[in-house]
Design a binder for this molecule. Structure first.
Ligand code: GLU
Length: 312
């Protein structure tokens, strides 16, 4: 069997919280249980949202949890030329186009029937309009740089998610043409993640299920760039007792704060393991102890609920 290659891909935009801890623990276990390679990639592309010191803090939290990785750390901010050449390939094959629409234009142009799963669906205003960047810049108010969008293929994108099972999206109709290059001259998440996962030979992507629809978008990019796609597993997020995604109203669930309040790593791992169907009580344990017997099939489909305490 081929050695599985996975990755942890934190975004240094803030502190790691309980939800991140659970996804990273499962991603780590899924690879370590199969003696695979686990890579570390810092997703530091989103300029304005990157916080100084957040990378070090995230890495420190992960080490504290007892999670390790193999090889050098890859930082997306250092890989602009690689993304640029993938972009050029998509522009040359006419699978990408310059888009001068502002966020407001998109909202105005898209009437209610076009609302996609994640808000406004891009109505395709700029498809086929501009021969090249220069033409788009010339047409743009105040000669602003354009964004570049990927032109989705029509029809269904279906994949077998190791957690969700068979998953289908009609990317064009449900999600719409998405930005792959930002006018600020940086690659957008969807393009960077595909280029990096392919370049690193990643075979397994395990992450939170808020990115399930992104897998469908990414599969279209893999196909358009003629790259081999990994398998995906999207695990449920941790929710508050009210069934909503963990947020400030549920209290501070950053690992930083929980640690300051006295949380021990083994206590966190024990609770996560219990909540993830890996042991029948929240008894303290290490990630290492869980690795030998880990099987993703043990993890329940139901989301983990945070009720404000690590005890049973
Ligand atoms: N950096 C992303 C996040 O922290 C993860 C992206 C991915 O796993 O594809 O949400």
């Amino acid at each position: 069997m081929k050695t599985p290659i996975g990755r942890l891909a934190p975004s240094p935009t803030g502190v790691l919280h309980l939800g991140n801890a659970r996804s990273f623990l499962l991603a780590w276990l899924d690879i370590r249980a199969r003696n695979g390679h686990l890579l570390m990639r810092i997703e530091d592309l989103d300029g304005p949202r990157i916080r100084a010191g957040a990378e070090q803090a995230a890495l420190e939290d992960l080490r504290w949890m007892g999670l390790d990785w193999d090889g050098d750390i890859l930082r997306q901010s250092e890989r602009l030329p690689v993304y640029r050449s993938a972009l050029d390939q998509l522009l040359a094959s006419k699978r990408a186009y310059s888009c001068i629409c502002s966020r407001k234009d998109v909202e105005l142009a898209a009437s209610a029937p076009h609302a996609g799963e994640e808000g406004t669906l891009y109505p395709g205003t700029c498809v086929g309009r501009y021969e090249n960047f220069a033409a788009a810049v010339a047409a743009s108010p105040a000669a602003r740089q354009p964004n570049v969008r990927f032109q989705c293929a029509a029809g269904d994108t279906t994949f077998e998610d190791r957690f969700h099972g068979v998953t289908t999206y009609n990317v064009a109709e449900q999600l719409g043409d998405f930005v792959i290059w930002k006018r600020a001259q940086e690659a957008a998440y969807q393009l960077a993640v595909v280029v990096d996962d392919a370049a690193s030979g990643v075979t397994e992507v395990l992450r939170g299920n808020d990115l399930l629809s992104s897998a469908a978008r990414q599969l279209q990019l893999y196909a358009a760039l003629d790259l081999a796609a990994p398998t995906f597993a999207h695990v449920p997020l941790i929710l508050g007792a009210d069934g909503r995604r963990l947020a400030k109203r549920h209290g501070d669930t950053s690992l930083r704060t929980l640690r300051e309040q006295g949380l021990e790593a083994q206590q966190l791992i024990g609770w996560l393991a219990w909540q993830s169907g890996l042991q029948d009580s929240p008894a303290a344990c290490t990630a290492q102890q869980l690795a030998a017997a880990f099987d993703l099939a043990q993890v329940p489909e139901a989301p983990v609920i945070w009720r404000g305490s690590f005890s049973a």
